[in-house]
Design a protein around this ligand. Structure first.
Ligand SMILES: Cc1cc2nc3c(=O)[nH]c(=O)nc-3n(C[C@H](O)[C@H](O)[C@H](O)COP(=O)(O)O)c2cc1C
Length: 188
């Protein structure tokens, strides 16, 4: 698949099954991530690959975090939280590692990590895999952040759920004219 085809056909898949990207494909995906634009070459990202039984550990962390956020959470809600990582055979957690830099504000570092995340999604698609970028409250939860090695200043930019799409996603109709404008700064 060429680059333009990959860009124009990527579509999220929520239902993901095995196989997950293998070792060689994963390496390509992370190399693609590391080609994201990066002001002052801070490399402001970390990628945690979570597969197999490590998903159970992550589920326990999600559950513990929910219990802490909401001591009234029902057993059903806690169980749902625990099972979230099992929605795909592989997860990649993308963490923006924020440096207090004189020229590169935190927002730029988060954008860089976000661009890296999207490069992973696109590379996965080009290699024939499906995926979906998810966030939710765990992204911002201090218990989850600490358990995954993210510092207070750092930001989890996403949990990338990856695997093989259970069914071929349908691309929605879209019109670029809704958000494209050729700006000429002409006086009114
Ligand atoms: C930062 C970020 C966080 C997201 N979090 C979620 C999420 O928690 N749950 C979800 O269903 N979709 C989430 N999405 C949206 C999906 O990744 C996806 O873009 C959306 O379902 C539209 O599908 P498409 O990518 O095929 O257009 C998130 C997207 C971004 C960029």
């Amino acid at each position: 698949m060429d680059a333009i085809e990959a860009l124009l056909t990527r579509k999220s898949s929520a239902r993901l099954i095995a196989p997950a990207p293998g070792h060689q494909d994963l390496k390509v995906m992370i190399q693609a991530a590391a080609r994201a634009p990066d002001h002052c070459r801070l490399r402001p990202w970390r990628f945690l690959v979570i597969e197999d039984e490590a998903r159970a550990r992550l589920g326990d962390i999600f559950q513990q975090a929910l219990r802490n956020r909401d001591p009234e959470a029902s057993d059903a809600a806690l169980e749902k939280e625990r099972l979230k990582p099992f929605r795909a055979p592989m997860l990649i957690v993308v963490i923006a590692k924020i440096d207090d830099h004189p020229k590169v504000p935190a927002v730029e570092q988060i954008l860089s990590a976000g661009a890296a995340a999207q490069n992973i999604m696109l590379a996965a698609h080009a290699l024939g895999y499906g995926g979906i970028w998810r966030s939710g409250k765990p992204c911002f939860d201090p218990i989850v952040k600490a358990a995954l090695g993210a510092g207070e200043m750092d930001q989890i930019v996403g949990f990338l759920y990856l695997g093989t799409a259970e069914r071929t996603p349908v691309l929605p109709e879209d019109s670029i004219s809704d958000y494209l404008e050729i700006w000429e700064n002409q006086p009114e």
